[in-house]
Design a protein around this ligand. Structure first.
Ligand SMILES: *Cc1c(COP(=O)(O)O)cnc(C)c1O
Length: 243
């Protein structure tokens, strides 16, 4: 079902411009830090954004979107130009919603508990799939956030890597909100070190290739610190209107 949406042409234009500007900044930061061109990908974060604005960036070349909410994604996905676009679930996921979302996404980027990992593995297996996932790391050890603490990560990863039905492709994090970019950089660098350390252990049945970190306010810094996937919402689509 197509919703009737009034399209704001000025915003459509702005979104496209934002897209090219952000891609350029990512590319510059990648090269500046001595990395291979194209080694940091842009994910458009689409929560609260209506389909025409999302299609605007997909049609301009974007190939990766991240949605937070199961219900919202299922409601708008038919209207999206997804044939050449990967779709990830990036937000906090309740175990009772796993069954609904697993058939419709290419990756779940926010696996922050064993219980959730088990449920994803179980649902994916029932569909004969092996779903790629990222483990969420609570790098600032904040009570309000989900994700694994660094000291429990190796043990949890070892356990999750044995589950049939999912495949760990890397790590994601949302660091604490920082006043200064140098504080954010310290968290990003800590994540990068963790990512490299785990990758060098060559654990069976995992592939540490994705490090998802960096959002609208700090994606350049995150790329400089080794991010391979930045998740950008408001800098791309404008401020979110929560209805
Ligand atoms: C909303 C959201 C983002 C994007 O935030 P912006 O600051 O708007 O770029 C990134 N990651 C997650 C998990 C989010 O929920």
């Amino acid at each position: 079902m197509m919703e009737n949406i009034l399209i704001d042409e000025a915003r459509m234009h702005q979104v496209k411009e934002n897209y090219f500007r952000i891609q350029n900044k990512i590319e510059e930061a990648t090269l500046r830090s001595g990395r291979v061109a194209g080694s940091a990908r842009l994910m458009a974060v689409t929560k609260t954004v209506k389909a025409p604005y999302i299609n605007q960036v997909i049609d301009a070349g974007l190939d990766l979107i991240g949605e937070n909410r199961v219900q919202e994604f299922l409601a708008k996905k038919e209207a999206l130009h997804l044939s050449h676009c990967e779709k990830h679930l990036i937000g906090h996921l309740q175990t009772n919603k796993v069954k609904q979302i697993v058939p419709h996404v290419d990756m779940i980027d926010s696996v922050g508990s064993l219980k959730l990992a088990k449920e994803i593995a179980c649902c994916a297996k029932a569909l004969n799939r092996c779903l790629p996932v990222l483990l969420e790391v609570n790098i600032g050890e904040e009570e309000s956030k989900s994700g694994f603490f660094l000291d429990e990560l190796p043990e949890r990863l070892a356990e999750i890597s044995t589950f049939d039905g999912l495949f760990v492709r890397g790590l994601m994090t949302i660091p604490p909100i920082c006043d200064r970019i140098e504080e954010s950089r310290a968290y990003f660098l800590k994540m990068q070190q963790t990512f490299i350390d785990i990758g060098s252990k060559n654990i069976d049945n995992i592939d540490m290739s994705i490090l998802s970190m960096g959002m609208s306010g700090d994606f350049v810094c995150a790329v400089e610190a080794g991010s391979t996937m930045v998740r950008v919402g408001s800098a791309l689509f404008g401020a979110r209107a929560y209805l």
